[in-house]
Design a protein around this ligand. Structure first.
Ligand SMILES: N[C@@H](CCC(=O)N[C@@H](CS)C(=O)NCC(=O)O)C(=O)O
Length: 202
């Protein structure tokens, strides 16, 4: 059985959400962020040298990186639920969004969040880079969601789970203001029963 090492308020909600959507059995070990630094505790480093969440353990396999973990779980599920068939025209669109969440969107969103916390908004050249990335990325996302219900097309996929968690962070620092389609999409995702079960772990 898969063990999910879950850090509160973190990307491991993606993994719990996916397992809930697939109705797969799993165990959860909860790790709490350090109250002062907000970083992961040493208990996560004991599982994997990077000490970051999510981490899963399944028998002899220990994996980090949420996108890879999503693919691993979908392979274990042994069906093409929650990702398009490989010969579908939506397949590479699905992979694009699955990777976009961490490969493109995470850096400007997380950097902006940290700069806001440290009251360093406006520091150049980083702030200029972040502002440009955020403007381009969220205009693109709003356009896609004005034309289709889900990132990979007509169906809900694991790419929606990857994207939603980063959109939540973006919403929490006001980056979705005025993005009506993106906000409506976020509300629909958060209303899913499997999302709510995952969110109940904190
Ligand atoms: N790209 C990685 C990012 C992992 C990551 O940065 N996780 C954060 C939580 S969202 C973390 O563990 N932070 C605590 C720390 O670095 O101490 C993924 O998608 O899994």
């Amino acid at each position: 059985m898969i063990t999910v090492h879950h850090l509160n308020k973190s990307r491991s909600k993606r993994v719990l959400w996916l397992l809930e959507e697939l109705d797969m059995p799993y165990e959860v070990v909860v790790h709490d962020r350090d109250a002062t630094t907000n970083l992961a505790p040493d208990s996560l480093r004991a599982i994997h040298p990077l000490g970051k969440s999510p981490i899963i353990v399944d028998g002899d396999t220990t994996l980090c990186e949420s996108g890879v973990i999503m693919e691993y779980i979908l392979d274990q599920a042994g069906q093409n639920a929650l990702r398009p068939d490989k010969d579908s025209p939506d397949y590479y669109r699905y992979l694009e969004w699955l990777h976009f969440a961490e490969g493109s969107l995470a850096l400007p969103v997380i950097a902006r969040m940290i700069m806001n916390m440290e009251q360093r908004a406006g520091d150049q050249p980083l702030d200029g880079y972040i502002a440009k990335e955020i403007a381009v990325d969220f205009a693109y996302i709003e356009d896609i969601l004005s034309r289709q219900d889900y990132f990979a097309g007509k169906n809900f996929t694991a790419a929606d789970i990857m994207m939603t968690i980063m959109l939540e962070v973006a919403a929490s620092i006001g980056l979705l203001e005025g993005r009506a389609k993106t906000l409506a999409y976020l509300g629909r995702m958060q209303a899913r029963a499997a999302y709510q079960k995952a969110a109940s772990f904190g």
